[in-house]
Design a protein around this ligand. Structure first.
Ligand code: C2O
Ligand code: CU
Ligand code: CU
Length: 477
């Protein structure tokens, strides 16, 4: 079966938002897609990996003419891809060379609250700190981004976001592309407005429902092309935009296969011609260019605007078949005693709230015991005509989606997820459990909604090792 629709509620697509800024085809020549290099470990042993991640400012040549002033990790804009191998002890020195405080949030990583990098763990200008944790979760595409309260959106807009790839032994045995940079690439989808002299101006573009720009930027490249030299290419799609959701399809309605979501492979591959991705989600797809010949060009569109081009070169025939079963879910069982937790996302623009409240760094909104599975019921109370799809995200865990309004989830919502788009007037049910203690944020991932208070925090206690958690106060920052 090949799915040809976007699943989400059409009246809630961002194209209907009052402040919607349509994408425009950029008036610049095609440029070679920047594929971020893999970050070189400072050291790696059989058991440990050591990295240094520096937040810095810089200038990036994105448009012809003036370079754009940007922020990034270990480079001017965005960052290098950080590879974690499952089972290894990871040591990351994070260093802040920016003029203001930042945090290092590992979106999707299963780690204790003090490593997670939410707003309680600021790193001040000139400071550094070492994060030690064990990588123990399935192969997936995660990401690193800034998360200081309440300027996450602005820092991400400046460029503080990069892909994180977890590898494991199971994924390594599957017949899917994994030659990084050649047939396996991150595709970080963002949009910007270029003002005078090619500069970005977050304040000028500010919109409480999410900042957007008319120009698609992919891995920091405007109007990119990618040289296809293998029949199959794996795209690790990451919606790194502050607000924009992307409705993706190829020229010729070329079919493609989704193999992974946020936190793991899908249980089974799913074939699509059209696919919507909401803010902060990841979708890994394998595109088979077998029907094309050298010299052909295939375009990737969002709605009706081409955002990326694939130039077909000579390639060897590839008859590999993606297996029907990619991943076994091994998640806690739900019983009649499993507690149910209700969460409500409400409002638009300045009125956004979570459970009727604005985020407060000094208030714990909920508690869950480490290891205990709970059913989370997340409702979006927007109405369909005027509302939007709010992408609900949880820190510190990966969840399993059970239902959308009593119906089966969308076919590509198998496997583990940490972010899920909730339609207006819809309730999504999933089961969630935490493997580590700490204080974790949960929020809408339209980043201006998060900064605007559509966020709360949960304290996860380890009954065997009770501990006090230090909450950073806004006034102390
Ligand atoms: Cu992607 Cu609270 O973050
Ligand atoms: Cu996160
Ligand atoms: Cu929202």
């Amino acid at each position: 079966k090949v799915y040809t629709d976007y699943f989400f509620y059409e009246p809630a697509f961002n194209t209907h938002d009052g402040g919607y800024i349509p994408l425009e085809e950029p008036n610049v020549e095609q440029q070679k897609l920047k594929v971020p290099e893999l970050l070189t470990p400072d050291k790696e042993t059989d058991t440990d990996m050591y990295y240094t991640v520096i937040s810095q400012d810089g200038e990036a040549q994105i448009m012809p003419g003036e370079a754009t002033k940007t922020w990034g990790y270990n480079q001017a804009l965005l960052g290098k891809t950080i590879l974690f191998k499952r089972g290894k002890n990871i040591h990351v020195t994070v260093k802040n060379e920016l003029p203001e405080l930042t945090t290092y949030h590992w979106h999707g990583l299963n780690v204790p609250g003090d490593i997670d990098g939410g707003c309680h763990t600021p790193v001040y200008p000139g400071e550094s700190k070492v994060l030690n944790f064990k990588c123990d979760q399935p192969a997936a595409t995660l990401w690193l981004h800034a998360h200081p309260c309440p300027s996450t959106a602005e820092q991400v807009w400046h460029g503080l976001a990069t892909a994180v790839v977890v590898k494991d032994e199971h994924e390594a045995t599957l017949p899917i592309p994994r030659n990084y940079g050649v047939d396996d690439i991150p595709v970080i989808l963002q949009d910007r407005r270029f003002h005078e002299d090619n500069q970005w101006d977050y304040k000028a573009d500010y919109d409480p429902d999410g900042v957007q720009g008319p120009t698609a930027m992919i891995n920091g490249t405007v109007n990119p092309y990618f040289d296809v030299t293998t029949q199959k290419v794996r795209l690790r799609l990451l919606d790194g935009a502050n607000r924009r959701e992307w409705r993706l399809h190829f020229s010729d309605d070329l079919e493609f296969t989704q193999i992974a979501g946020d936190g793991s492979l899908l249980t089974h591959p799913v074939k699509f011609t059209h696919l919507m991705i909401t803010c902060a989600e990841r979708q890994e797809i394998v595109v088979d260019f077998g029907q094309y010949k050298p010299g052909d060009e295939v375009a990737l569109y969002s709605d009706d605007v081409p955002i990326m081009h694939f130039r077909i070169h000579e390639f060897a025939e590839d008859n590999s078949v993606i297996p029907d079963t990619l991943f076994e879910m091994n998640t806690p069982k739900v019983t009649e005693n499993t507690p149910v937790r209700k969460v409500v996302m409400s409002g638009m623009d300045e009125e956004v709230a979570l459970d009727g409240k604005k985020f407060d760094m000094e208030r714990i909104d909920a508690k869950q015991t480490m290891g205990n599975c709970e059913i989370w019921e997340v409702t979006n109370t927007n109405d369909c005509e005027n509302g939007m799809v709010h992408p609900f995200h949880m820190h510190g865990c990966q969840f399993e989606v059970l239902e959308r309004d009593g119906h089966a989830p969308y076919p590509n919502e198998t496997g583990l997820k940490d972010t899920i788009g909730v339609n207006p007037d819809e309730t999504v049910r999933f089961k969630a459990w935490f493997d580590h203690p700490g204080v974790f944020m949960y929020h809408c991932h339209i980043i201006e909604h998060e900064d605007g208070g559509m966020m709360a925090q949960i304290q996860v206690d380890d009954p065997d090792h009770p501990q006090e958690f230090h909450l950073t106060k806004m006034d102390d920052l």
